[in-house]
Write a protein that binds this ligand. Sequence first.
Ligand SMILES: Cc1cc2nc3c(=O)[nH]c(=O)nc-3n(C[C@H](O)[C@H](O)[C@H](O)COP(=O)(O)O)c2cc1C
Length: 179
Amino acid sequence: MKKLILYKSGYGSTKQYAEDIGKAVGADVMPLKKFKWKALDQYDIIVFGGWVMGGNIQGVNDFLVHWEEMKDRNVIIFAVGMGYPTPEGRNTLINQNVLDLYHIRFYQFQGSFDFKKLNLVHKALMKTSIARIARKPDATEGDKQLLSVLENPFEVYDQAKVDRVIEVIEKIEAEDNKA
Ligand SMILES: Cc1cc2nc3c(=O)[nH]c(=O)nc-3n(C[C@H](O)[C@H](O)[C@H](O)COP(=O)(O)O)c2cc1C
């Protein structure tokens, strides 16, 4: 089965995950914006990874606009954010990005964050979010985490999730070979 991994990454974590999964399963890997959609026909397993900004999975709409062309294939989406993956966080991503409209597999990965490395627009957006959260009387755990990351850059590599996605892709292929 031919495999394709498309990604949209701001600062490199999502790209790294896409490349590592791609290498392990022998997929073609490329940034979403470079992909020529007329080539989609040759792929049986299609993966999209996007980084999360303000709860929105970057690039996911541009990817899912092509749903009609891929709905009879195996489609996997993964989102890379700063939040520690939790069932609540996963549900929020599904709801906010309306992923329940599609028949896909969805994974939530944790990535890296360093405020000092952000571009000016992203720094300004982060500061606005922080100011909003700081005014909230009932800050959630996610809010508190967001406040703390400004001073504490972190780098996470979610090996377990990488392994899981690889395992799932291999399982899909094994099932297909049996059929
Ligand atoms: C402006 C901005 C907004 C962000 N919003 C979120 C968010 O809503 N939820 C989240 O989990 N992470 C958020 N992040 C963190 C990024 O998703 C995280 O750093 C991710 O690893 C970036 O992936 P990349 O290295 O592929 O760009 C935000 C980062 C920036 C710069």
